[in-house]
Design a protein around this ligand. Structure first.
Ligand SMILES: Nc1nc2c(ncn2[C@@H]2O[C@H](COP(=O)(O)OP(=O)(O)OP(=O)(O)O)[C@@H](O)[C@H]2O)c(=O)[nH]1
Ligand SMILES: [Mg+2]
Length: 227
């Protein structure tokens, strides 16, 4: 769980994990200014802290490194903002554990995206269209904050090279496509409320433009996304 000021929603997200569905929950704290770390310790999570505020991508790099070191076979990433229905973790892990795919995406679009604000829905659909034409992973959305990876995939992708910002998530999918891994998806209901959606319009726009740049770069020179 890549966390940044998640004190209000962390416990709810952790409590949604079906008992016995995961061996370890690792929380990466990117220098939150609230009680995220205290709450995570109370909940019994493994807590890692970034040395300084690295950003969402930098936080994930630290987490995937740790998940591999700790011996994870299937590694699940879910935002601790209670936006995605974390009761679905076993359904996300299943197809990977069975060896059918190496990446699973929790799709808000497949579940109807009813609560998604209209401007997010439209930009998600547009960017996903461009990404599908570029990467061809056959996904209904490329922007989910609920993902699962096989160990093999994380060991193969050169994710350490990626951005420390939000576009990290897009680069992971570009690398997944470049390496020829198969992806699958699951309909995952989502919730929108203040604490679950704090990225402002400007940062969303920057993320959108950076995503388009990744697509362009992939078209021109896919080797950038290969190990
Ligand atoms: N390191 C870091 N992480 C952040 C920051 N802002 C948000 N995050 C993380 O990024 C996740 C996504 O941010 P949100 O504000 O939930 O984004 P959103 O508007 O819900 O975007 P969607 O989930 O795509 O609809 C959060 O759950 C945090 O884990 C930040 O400034 N720094
Ligand atoms: Mg969110």
């Amino acid at each position: 769980m890549p966390a940044y000021n998640a004190e209000k929603t962390l416990a709810k997200t952790v409590n949604d994990l079906p008992p016995g569905s995961v061996d370890e929950v690792i929380l990466g704290d990117d220098c939150s200014s609230d009680r995220t770390v205290e709450i995570a310790r109370t909940l019994g999570l493994t807590v890692l802290k970034t040395p300084r505020n690295l950003g969402y991508g930098g936080n994930q790099k630290m987490l995937y490194r740790a998940a591999l070191e700790h011996g994870g076979d299937v590694i699940v990433m879910v935002h601790p903002d209670w936006q995605y229905d974390a009761t679905k973790v076993p359904d996300m892990v299943g197809p990977i554990a069975a060896g059918r795919v190496d990446l699973m995406m929790g799709s808000r679009i497949l579940s109807g995206a009813e609560t998604m604000p209209w401007y997010k829905y439209i930009s998600n659909r547009f960017l996903t269209g461009v990404e599908e034409l570029t990467f061809g992973l056959r996904l209904s959305e490329y922007h989910s904050g609920f993902r699962a990876f096989s160990r093999r995939l994380l060991e193969t992708l050169p994710f350490e090279r990626n951005s420390n910002d939000f576009v990290f998530d897009t680069e992971v999918l570009a690398e997944t496509a470049a390496a020829g891994f198969k992806a699958g998806e699951l309909a995952v209901p989502c919730r929108y409320f203040a604490e679950a959606s704090e990225i402002n319009f400007w940062r969303s726009t920057v993320y959108g433009l950076q995503t388009l740049l990744v697509c362009l770069k992939y078209r021109l020179a896919p080797r950038h996304y290969k190990r």
